[in-house]
Design a binder for this molecule. Structure first.
Ligand code: SAM
Ligand code: DTB
Ligand code: SF4
Length: 351
C-alpha cells in the first residue's frame, strides 16, 4: 500500500517520514513520485543546461570527491580564469545546440575581488545571448551576491553535498553553516537556488534522507536540485569508493521529487556511467533536468548525439527557456523564434 503524501511544498519533513518514503517497495515509491511529478510538470519535458569550467583545478578546498582539489594529484590540466570572449563563444554554441541555461563553474573557495569584474561581464554577456545564467563559484559575501544578482545572474549553484553529520568525512576546509549562509545570501538577493548533493561517497541511507531534509526544510525549496552520482576520479580519496546500488540512486531521485514537488530534480554527474534504461527510470522517478554536452566540468558526460537519441526514443522534449516578464514585447517575440529554432536544432542533428 502506498502512503499518501500531499504534493504541495512542505518545509517540515521529519526523518521518520522520509525514511518511510525510502523504505517503500520500489514500484510503490516510483508510482507515487510519478504521480506527484504529473501534478506539477509535463512529464515529457526535461530542462537542459550546459556546463563550462571557467577556472579549472588548484582549488584550496579538500572535497574528497573532487578532481579539482589542489590537495590531490589527479593529473588534471589546470586553467586560469577564461577570457570573457571565450566563455561567450561557448555559451553561444550551447544555445545553438538547444540548451536553455548556461552554468559556469570555478574551482575557487570564493571569488576574489580581482576576478569579480570578469565574472560579472560573463553573466551580462551570456544573458544577452538569450540564455538563463547560472554560476557556481564557491562561498560568496553578501556584496558579491548582490553584484551577481544585479548583473542578471538567474541561478546560483551551491551544493550541500551530504548530511550535516557526514559532511566532515568529506570536506574539512569549510563548514555546513558557511554553505547555508551563502544560500541565504542568494535568496536575499532574489536569485534562484540550485542545490543538491552527491550519492555514493559511503554515506548511509539516513544521510541521504537528512540531506534531502536540509534542502526541503529551507524557507523555500531550491528551484533546481542536482543529484550527482559520484564520478570516481583517480587520485581523489574517493576513487575506490564502493559502487552505489543503482536502485538506491533512483529511490533518492523519487524521494526528492516527492519532497520538493515543484523543483526541477536534476539527474547530474554520473550519466556517462549509466545505461539508457537507468536514465529512463530516473525520468520515471521524477528527474526532469540534465546537464547536456560532452563534458561536465572536468569529467565526461554523454555525447550530445547519444542524449538526442535517448530523448527521441523516450518521447522527451527539452524544456524551453523561461520567458523574461520584464523584457519588452519585441524581445519576447524574438526569443520565441529562437526557442523554436533551438528545439528544431536539438533534433535535426539526430536526423
Ligand atoms: N567550487 C565550487 C563549489 O564547490 O561550490 C563550485 C564547483 S564544484 C565542482 C560543484 C559541484 O560539483 C560540487 O558541489 C559537487 O557536488 C560536484 N562534484 C564535484 N566533483 C564531483 C564528482 N567527482 N562526482 C560527482 N559530483 C561532483
Ligand atoms: C552539480 O551539482 N553538478 C555539476 C554542477 N553542479 C556544477 C558538476 C559535476 C562535476 C562532476 C565532476 C567534474 O566534471 O569535474
Ligand atoms: Fe573546489 Fe568545488 Fe572541487 Fe570542492 S568541489 S575542491 S570547492 S572545485
Amino acid at each position: 500500500m502506498t502512503a499518501t503524501v500531499a504534493s504541495f511544498p512542505r518545509h517540515d519533513w521529519t526523518l521518520a517520514e522520509v525514511m518511510a518514503l525510502f523504505e517503500q517497495p520500489f514500484s510503490d515509491l516510483l508510482f507515487q513520485a510519478q504521480g506527484v511529478h504529473r501534478q506539477h510538470f509535463d512529464p515529457n519535458r526535461v530542462q537542459v543546461s550546459t556546463l563550462l569550467s571557467i577556472k579549472t583545478g588548484a582549488c584550496p578546498e579538500d572535497c574528497k570527491y573532487c578532481p579539482q582539489s589542489g590537495h590531490y594529484d589527479t593529473e588534471l590540466e589546470k586553467q586560469k580564469l577564461m577570457e570573457v570572449q571565450q566563455v561567450l563563444e561557448a555559451a553561444a554554441r550551447a544555445r545553438d545546440a538547444g540548451s536553455s541555461r548556461f552554468c559556469m563553474g570555478a574551482a575557487w573557495k570564493h571569488p576574489s575581488a580581482r576576478d569579480m569584474p570578469y565574472v560579472l561581464e560573463m553573466v551580462r554577456g551570456v544573458k544577452a545571448l538569450g540564455l538563463e545564467t547560472c554560476m557556481t563559484l564557491g562561498q560568496l559575501s553578501r556584496e558579491q551576491t548582490q553584484a551577481l544578482a544585479a548583473a542578471g545572474l538567474d541561478y546560483y549553484n551551491h551544493n550541500l553535498d551530504t548530511s550535516p553529520e557526514f559532511y566532515g568525512n568529506i570536506i574539512t576546509t569549510r563548514t555546513y553553516a558557511e554553505r547555508l549562509e551563502t544560500l541565504a545570501y542568494v535568496r536575499e538577493a532574489g536569485m534562484k537556488i540550485c542545490s543538491g548533493g552527491i550519492l555514493g561517497m559511503g554515506e548511509s541511507l539516513a544521510d541521504r534522507a537528512k540531506l534531502l531534509i536540509e534542502l526541503a526544510n529551507l524557507p523555500e525549496h531550491p528551484e533546481s536540485v542536482p543529484i550527482n552520482m559520484l564520478v570516481k576520479v583517480r587520485g581523489t580519496p574517493l576513487a575506490g569508493a564502493e559502487d552505489l546500488d543503482p536502485f538506491d540512486f533512483i529511490r533518492t531521485l523519487a524521494v526528492a521529487r516527492i519532497m520538493m514537488p515543484c523543483s526541477h530534480v536534476r539527474l547530474s554527474a554520473g550519466r556517462e556511467q549509466m545505461n539508457d534504461q537507468m536514465q529512463a527510470l530516473a525520468f520515471l522517478a521524477g528527474a526532469n533536468a540534465v546537464f547536456y554536452g560532452e563534458e561536465l566540468l572536468t569529467t565526461e558526460n554523454p555525447e550530445a548525439e547519444r542524449d538526442r537519441q535517448l530523448f527521441r526514443r523516450l518521447g522527451i522534449r527539452p524544456e524551453e527557456r523561461a520567458g523574461h516578464a520584464d523584457e519588452v514585447h519585441q524581445a519576447a517575440i524574438e526569443q520565441a523564434v529562437r526557442e523554436q529554432r533551438d528545439s528544431r536544432l536539438f533534433y535535426n542533428a539526430a536526423g
